[in-house]
Design a protein around this ligand. Structure first.
Ligand SMILES: Cc1ncc(COP(=O)(O)OP(=O)(O)O)c(N)n1
Ligand SMILES: Cc1nc(C(=O)O)sc1CCOP(=O)(O)O
Length: 215
């Protein structure tokens, strides 16, 4: 088990999410972090336990160097082994079970799809952030139903960080920030880009460089 101190969930910005095996996985993660990603999720739906454990362990160390929270998709046991937080969807264990395994300091994030009711319920169960999507049709997850942007605005009232996911590009992202997204969760727009660091930086700049806007 990796005993690394996890940074807290603070601020706004880019939530980079990996998408399965690739030869240059660690370099890709490092590039996203160098480009300014503020959260990193290891998402690998394969069943290769040994490879997943080794990858998650190394990525958790890279994240620690950048002082960026490390999150594992779905797999609470792997999150525990690698000192990470976890992201839970409707097929995964309840928040309370993840919390019991990972402790009070761990980040436990949840998928709310397009449902404010689900968000309210999961907040009551102890979730640390609320993710909504798909905001646009997603090539990474083609069957994810598209949800209205105003769910982001409604979710602000729940008082937890709001994450937008699904089909986000640099051309359609600003409207999501304006609607209330604290984090933009990105897979293909950064990890399929020819220059991951530059692609991530372009998104990060959307949060950092709006002249005259007080946040
Ligand atoms: C930040 C974030 N939001 C949503 C998801 C999707 O989670 P889920 O619905 O559990 O689907 P899979 O990722 O398991 O296919 C996510 N992973 N991260
Ligand atoms: C993993 C995931 N979950 C979604 C949801 O709507 O819950 S959309 C999605 C894929 C996001 O990838 P991209 O940025 O390439 O569209």
């Amino acid at each position: 088990m990796t005993a690394l101190l996890q940074p807290r969930l603070t601020g706004k910005g880019i939530y980079a999410i990996t998408d399965g095996p690739r030869d240059d996985l660690f370099a890709a993660v490092e590039a996203a972090l160098a480009g300014g990603a503020r959260l990193l999720q290891y998402r690998d739906k394969t069943t290769d336990t040994e490879r997943r454990r080794a990858e998650a362990d190394e990525i958790s160390r890279i994240c620690a160097r950048y002082e960026v929270p490390f999150i594992v998709n779905d797999d609470v046991a792997l999150a525990r082994e690698t000192g990470g937080g976890v992201h839970l969807g409707r097929e995964d264990v309840p928040v309370a079970e993840a919390r019991a395994a990972l402790g009070p300091e761990a980040i436990v994030g949840v998928s709310c799809y397009g449902s404010i009711e689900r968000a309210r319920q999961l907040r009551a169960e102890g979730a640390d952030y609320l993710a909504f999507g798909a905001m646009y049709p997603s090539s990474t997850k083609p069957h994810a139903p598209v949800t209205a942007h105003d769910v982001l605005t409604q979710a602000k009232a729940l008082g937890l960080p709001v994450v937008a996911i699904g089909g986000i590009t640099v051309d359609n992202a600003q409207v999501l920030i304006d609607a209330g997204a604290d984090y933009l969760a990105l897979v293909s727009a950064i990890f399929a880009a020819p220059d991951i660091q530059t692609a991530t930086r372009r998104f990060a700049d959307l949060f950092d460089s709006r002249p005259g806007l007080i946040r």
